[in-house]
Design a binder for this molecule. Structure first.
Ligand SMILES: C[S@@+](CC[C@H](N)C(=O)[O-])C[C@H]1O[C@@H](n2cnc3c(N)ncnc32)[C@H](O)[C@@H]1O
Length: 320
């Protein structure tokens, strides 16, 4: 039971998300009211009922609340440090949700740090990859946490260009936030995902508009959210990509930092996902999607959010 006094105290604190704490109390977060929350929009298509879910970098825990609303069986929320512990606790009480919290430190070696928690049907890694020195190391360490045939959702800043480059935030030229390092191009990010046996099946992209502090002159930067299916070793890369397959099996970095089990006897996750109509043809042809094409030719773009349920505002009530 949360007292009115506790709610009134909390509503005055700094919040990342905008959260309704009582019918007449809304804690104001950092995002504008019509800013789209794409991980939330994509997660709506995932069948989380009865599934094991992990959220990496949870802040106050809005994604865990949404996982709970979608009927997840087990929810683990993890963050580098428990900097939102009190607000997270409050959110669980106000929203009647429950999850376990894990303090994981820097987002490396995650499968070792979370080894006692086993593997998950759904893993979310949103808003974290641009904060780490080594995005590949983080992806490598998250991969073993996803069950065979499970889903992995990744959201990060990218450059919308046809290249296999990753841009560094030299002198804050991408953004002044001092904890931000890399923006990969969309095709390179896709290649990295495929290299770690993640096949992209859906995405949404939002360009940083020219009036945003994140706008970079001469470069189209934006935020992308991607849902991937965890597939067997080598199944997400081109049949002709012998380098990737040899690297997966033989490079010291891969085998040391991404200890994936490829046991044919492992019971696969049965988690479902509703593929949007516009991607169904490409999925039927290839079993996965080309992210650059999906963003630039198949309409997987968002500008402003059209519905409150697609924003960073969490309301009491029933929406996911
Ligand atoms: C921008 S917030 C994203 C919150 C949430 N995942 C979302 O997408 O709405 C960044 C999250 O990553 C964590 N984080 C930031 N920098 C980090 C770092 N260098 N290592 C590990 N975690 C970090 C923060 O504690 C926070 O939970």
């Amino acid at each position: 039971m949360v007292t009115r006094e506790a709610l009134e105290k909390s509503v005055k604190e700094w919040w990342y998300y905008t959260v309704q704490l009582a019918p007449d109390l809304v804690a104001q977060g950092t995002y504008p009211a019509d800013f789209p929350y794409m991980p939330r929009m994509l997660m709506r298509n995932a069948h989380l009922q009865g599934q094991d879910c992990l959220d990496l970098g949870s802040m106050e825990g809005v994604i865990p609340v949404l996982m709970h609303r979608k009927g997840a069986k087990r929810i683990i929320a993890a963050d580098a440090v428990p900097h939102c512990a009190e607000k997270m606790d409050l959110l669980q009480k106000v929203y009647g949700a429950s999850w376990d919290f894990r303090e994981v430190g820097l987002m490396y070696d995650l499968s070792q740090k979370l080894a006692a928690d086993g593997t998950f049907d759904y893993v979310n890694l949103s808003g974290v990859l641009y904060h780490v020195f080594s995005p590949m190391h983080t992806l490598a360490s998250a991969r073993p946490l996803v069950k065979k045939n499970g889903l992995f959702m990744l959201s990060t800043n990218v450059v919308n260009e046809q290249s296999d480059l990753m841009h560094f935030n030299t002198a804050g030229k991408l953004q002044t936030e001092p904890n931000t390092f890399w923006y990969p191009s969309i095709p390179l990010l896709e290649y990295m995902l495929r290299y770690f046996n993640f096949a992209p099946i859906d995405c949404l992209y939002s360009r940083h508009p020219s009036n945003s502090p994140l706008h970079v002159p001469g470069k189209e930067c934006g935020f992308i959210s991607i849902v991937c299916r965890a597939v067997d070793r080598g199944a997400a890369v081109a049949a002709s990509d012998h380098w990737a397959k040899r690297s997966m099996l033989g490079s010291w970095e891969y085998t040391g930092l991404s200890p994936q089990k490829h046991d044919p006897a492992e019971v696969p996750s049965s988690i479902g996902y509703d593929i949007p109509d516009t991607l169904k043809d490409m999925m039927a042809r290839n079993g996965s999607i080309d992210l650059h094409l999906a963003v630039n030719e198949l309409g997987r773009r968002v500008e402003r959010a059209k519905r409150v349920e697609d924003t960073y505002l969490l309301r009491l009530g029933d929406e996911s």
